[in-house]
Design a protein around this ligand. Structure first.
Ligand code: HEM
Length: 122
């Protein structure tokens, strides 16, 4: 992807604000909030900002292997993944992302489902 979306939506500064709002929703979620008990949130927000920036074509890369390792021990379900997807989509919409650009991000997120849900055993 070109860096068009990264620039269009304001670069790192604005994306880190989006990611903070996203985690406010995640922590409020009855379904998945508890996964984040005891997690270093500033660090997570920093990593997630880099990940989303990479998705949008920003000047940073983030490997699927790293994603796999971060989630391997969490024993996540498809429903957990769908909840994260839904909350991210909602947050992007509130920050003025067009439906088409949200769709582009969701396609990239969906492409990581297998890495994120894999247990690390295989
Ligand atoms: C759309 C799918 C998801 C994406 C794109 C995503 C992205 C990320 C990223 C980029 C990190 C930082 C990894 C690192 O330290 O390098 C992370 C960590 C984490 N994710 Fe996710 N995630 C997703 C789904 C989920 C789900 C469904 C849950 C649980 C409900 C979850 C819980 C966590 C937790 C608890 C950490 C922190 C792990 C730790 O620091 O020990 N993630 N995620």
């Amino acid at each position: 992807m070109s860096n068009a979306l990264f620039d269009k939506y304001g670069g790192f500064k604005s994306i880190s604000r989006i990611v903070m709002d996203f985690y406010d929703k995640v922590l409020d979620s009855d379904r998945i909030g508890d996964f984040f008990d005891g997690i270093d949130m500033p660090k997570l927000i920093d990593h997630q900002t880099k990940f989303i920036s990479a998705l949008l074509g920003g000047p940073v890369s983030y490997s699927d292997e790293r994603l796999r390792r971060a989630h391997a021990s969490l024993d996540l379900t498809h429903e957990d993944f769908d909840e994260i997807r839904r909350l991210l989509s909602e947050t992007l919409s509130e920050h003025g992302f067009s439906p088409q650009d949200i769709e582009t991000v969701m396609i990239e997120i969906e492409a990581r489902r297998t890495s994120i849900l894999s247990t690390g055993v295989s």
